[in-house]
Ligand binder design. Structure first.
Ligand code: TYD
Length: 131
């Protein structure tokens, strides 16, 4: 379905780690950055697909699980390292759950926010994949 883990290059020494996202490290130009924080452990986020947006999701702190679904198969991926992001191309349904205490979910997006490019209804998403 085109979903893949991307390792962000990092410099590590006794002072800690520094990860850098630049150049062609991720397969799109970043137009927007947003992040989820103070998320209750029983919260369910996402629950949508995009007609245009590509995303990279990172667990900057803590952990959570991302369920991705291309209309044919579904996969559950735990993110728990700040330098390993999950790339999600256009047209993939995603849900995010099981947030650890203090988790911060960073999303790098290829588009500015535009509600009209969201598919928020699962049946509509499945139909879009069949046509
Ligand atoms: P929502 O899409 O429900 O979050 P998620 O799918 O990640 O769980 O977004 C929550 C609210 O924030 C909703 O009212 C739309 C708004 N929002 C923006 O205004 N700009 C943005 O870039 C995003 C991602 C959401």
């Amino acid at each position: 379905m085109g979903v893949k883990l991307i390792h962000i290059p990092k410099a590590h020494d006794v002072r800690g780690s520094l990860a850098v996202i630049e150049g062609d490290c991720i397969p799109f130009e970043i137009k927007r950055v947003y992040y989820l924080f103070d998320v209750p452990s029983d919260a369910y986020r996402g629950g949508h697909a995009h007609k245009e947006q590509q995303s990279l999701i990172l667990a900057l702190s803590g952990s959570f699980e991302v369920i991705v679904n291309d209309g044919k198969k579904s996969e559950r991926i735990m993110l728990n390292k700040p330098h390993i992001g999950l790339y999600i191309p256009t047209g993939v349904w995603r849900e995010i759950e099981n947030f650890s205490s203090g988790a911060v979910c960073l999303v790098l997006a290829s588009t500015e926010y535009n509600e009209s490019e969201y598919i928020r209804d699962y049946d509509t998403f499945v139909s879009s994949k069949q046509s």
